[in-house]
Design a protein around this ligand. Structure first.
Ligand code: CA
Length: 371
């Protein structure tokens, strides 16, 4: 359906212009049906399995907020029972559990599924890649969603965005990182593509579950760790056992979170419930981003008062890590055709978004550096 100028003003009056994508999808759904949305009285009781520990701050809490909003919007016709990681199935079995239909919804981040399909990780986070607003733009309006849906359809899944962490922090260290040589032999908890980059720099990425990191760092099993940002990191107590807090999180500049739906079950829902589940994912995307920003900013202020030494990686270190990132991505895209297709779209969008950011946000931020 073509969106005409008079529709634009009508939409503003109706307050719908803030969600043009949603409007388009609802209109095309009803058009395809040849009738208005079918509101049936049937009640659905669905399960959501998550990769987050039960009630994990913001990311886990968001799943319950999603369920609550869906219940309200549907007038109680869609009830979602949320399970923390390990409560119904182990955290990293979400993908297969939703794929099989044993649960209808899953919550996590696409890089957890890199072992199943390497292309997935480009929908979560890429070192030196796009930030939250850029990756959101690529997925919603730059071709990313179409590729993501195509990839997940192979696994009988439908993906939706479920929030973004924003630019993370670079991690906690007990020694200074002054040159790229300081990464040599460094045992660091850093998952995903970031871990592969650390390996290229001579470091040793260590896989540790969230609950093991504090003890690992305290006992010297690892020398350093990354996690999220000030709000989550201080709840883990890293500020008590590590001396330096480095920035920026070059490895996760804007990690997108996801909801995954069993495709057959989602498509069997009446169109109004499908639209509610999609609308609620927009709501949660914003819900998560707002909380990450607000609470990280508030906690950073407290960290400075506490005397934590906040350091930044030098431009030379970042340049070396960026080179290693290109090598890691070249390895992945050489081996997997779909990963190559996704990365081409990602990179094409990133270049345009960076050129735009260079004359807008970069200049803006440099003008307020003194604050
Ligand atoms: Ca992280």
């Amino acid at each position: 359906m073509k969106f005409r100028r008079k529709d634009f003003f009508k939409a503003i009056a109706l307050g719908t212009i803030s969600m043009p994508f949603l409007l388009r999808s609802v209109l095309s759904d009803t058009k395809a049906q040849g009738k208005s949305a079918n509101v049936s009285g049937r009640t659905y009781n669905w399960k959501m399995v998550t990769t987050w520990p039960p009630n994990f701050p913001i990311l886990g809490e968001a799943c319950q907020a999603y369920a609550d909003m869906v219940e309200k919007m549907s007038g109680g016709r869609m009830n979602i029972q949320v399970y923390g990681g390990g409560e119904l199935v182990p955290a990293l079995e979400c993908f297969d559990t939703v794929r099989s239909g044993a649960a209808e919804i899953g919550s996590g981040a696409a890089y957890y599924w890199a072992g199943k399909t390497p292309a997935a990780q480009f929908f979560a986070s890429v070192p030196f890649g796009m930030n939250a607003q850029q990756v959101t733009a690529w997925i919603y309006d730059g071709g990313g969603m179409e590729l993501w849906e195509e990839l997940y359809a192979k696994y009988s899944l439908i993906p939706m965005l479920g929030g973004n962490t924003g630019v993370q922090m670079g991690g906690w260290f007990n020694k200074e990182i002054n040159t790229i040589e300081d990464f040599k032999g460094l045992k660091m908890r850093i998952p995903g593509l970031g871990g592969k980059v650390l390996e290229k720099a001579g470091g040793a990425p260590v896989l540790l579950a969230g609950g093991e990191i504090y003890t690992g760092l305290e006992r010297g099993i690892i020398d350093a760790t990354e996690w999220l940002g000030p709000y989550h990191d201080t709840q883990m107590g890293f500020d008590d056992i590590a001396r330096y807090y480095y920035s920026p999180g070059w490895h996760e500049p804007g990690t997108a979170l996801e909801y995954i739906f069993n495709k057959e079950k989602f498509e069997s829902l009446p169109p109004d419930l499908q639209a509610i589940l999609r609308t609620a994912s927009y709501y949660i995307n914003n819900w998560v981003m707002a909380r990450m920003e607000a609470r990280n900013a508030a906690t950073l202020a407290k960290l400075k008062d506490k005397g934590v030494e906040i350091r930044t990686f030098s431009p030379e270190i970042l340049e070396q890590l960026r080179k290693h990132t290109n090598e890691v991505i070249a390895d992945i895209t050489a081996k997997d055709a779909f990963a190559r297709k996704v990365y081409e779209s990602y990179n094409d969008f990133r270049q345009k978004a960076s050129a735009y950011a260079n004359i807008t946000e970069r200049l803006f931020y440099s003008s307020i550096q003194a604050i």
